[in-house]
Structure formats: structure tokens, C-alpha cells
Design a protein. Structure first.
Length: 146
């Protein structure tokens, strides 16, 4: 998976208009090209010396080839529209990222209540399941109680 990351610093004077445009027009239209499977918009938690508020929009796509098609077929019109609407009150740069792996943490409520249980001898190439009483891990894992 490829992530097309667009980071934008937007001047406070046009912030609200830009946010509406991004969430209700720009991002939906980029997704409507069919070249991206999703988008995530996040605020960058750094105060810039130049002022403004900085955001990152991360679009996910299946391949570098699909992203190249987006650059050739769609990106120029989207960039032109942003420049017409916000001009020098919007500073943008783009980064291409390749997803290597994703990791999530999810445990049962009972496991959360029994934080004193610690798994040892873990083999990352095997699958482990914690039983309903949290007394051991199945499939050759061991558990120690503090």
C-alpha cells in the first residue's frame, strides 16, 4: 500500500473556509477519482513560527503506478483549484510513503483487569491466543504471573 501524504499549513484568515472546502469538496473529489481507497485528515501538533495551522491528509492507494496515474490525470486540476482559492495563504508539500506493516493492540476486558499477567517465550512467527481465564497462552507460549 502507498500513502500519499499532503501536508498543508493554512493561514488563520482562511482556515475555516479551507477546512469546509477540504472536508466537503476536495477530499471527496480526490476519492471520487477512484485512485484512492481512503483518506485520513490529521492536525499536526506543532506550532509553526510562521503561524497558521498545519494539517496532513493521508490518502491510501494500492500502488505507485496508481499514484502516478493520479499525478498525470487528476492532480494538476486539484492543485490549480487550491491555488485559485487560497493562493499564498496555503503552503503545501507532498510525501510518498510505502506501508511496511501495521500493528494494532486489542485485548479482552478481562485481560485489562488482570494486568499482572506477562507473556514470555514469545515467537513472532506463531499465533497465540489467551484463554478466557487468562491463565495461559495457547500454542507453546508461556505465561508468568508476577
Amino acid at each position: 500500500m502507498i500513502i500519499y501524504n499532503v501536508t498543508t499549513n493554512i493561514h488563520e484568515s482562511v482556515h475555516d473556509q479551507w477546512m469546509i472546502w477540504m472536508q466537503h469538496k476536495h477530499i471527496p473529489e480526490v476519492l471520487a477519482t477512484g485512485k484512492f481507497s481512503g483518506a485520513r485528515m490529521v492536525r499536526v501538533l506543532v506550532e509553526e513560527e510562521m503561524g497558521g495551522v498545519t494539517y496532513s491528509v493521508q490518502y491510501t492507494t494500492d500502488s505507485k503506478e496508481t499514484l502516478e496515474k493520479y499525478y498525470q490525470e487528476d492532480a494538476p486540476a486539484f492543485r490549480e483549484e487550491g491555488t485559485k482559492l487560497f493562493g499564498d495563504r496555503m503552503l503545501t508539500f507532498r510525501t510518498e510513503l510505502e506501508l511496511i506493516s501495521e500493528h494494532y493492540f486489542s485485548v479482552t476486558e478481562e485481560f485489562r483487569r488482570n494486568e499482572h499477567i506477562v507473556a514470555t517465550d514469545f515467537n513472532p512467527l506463531e499465533t497465540y491466543r489467551i484463554n478466557s481465564t487468562n491463565t495461559h497462552i495457547a500454542h507453546s507460549g508461556k505465561i508468568n504471573q508476577k
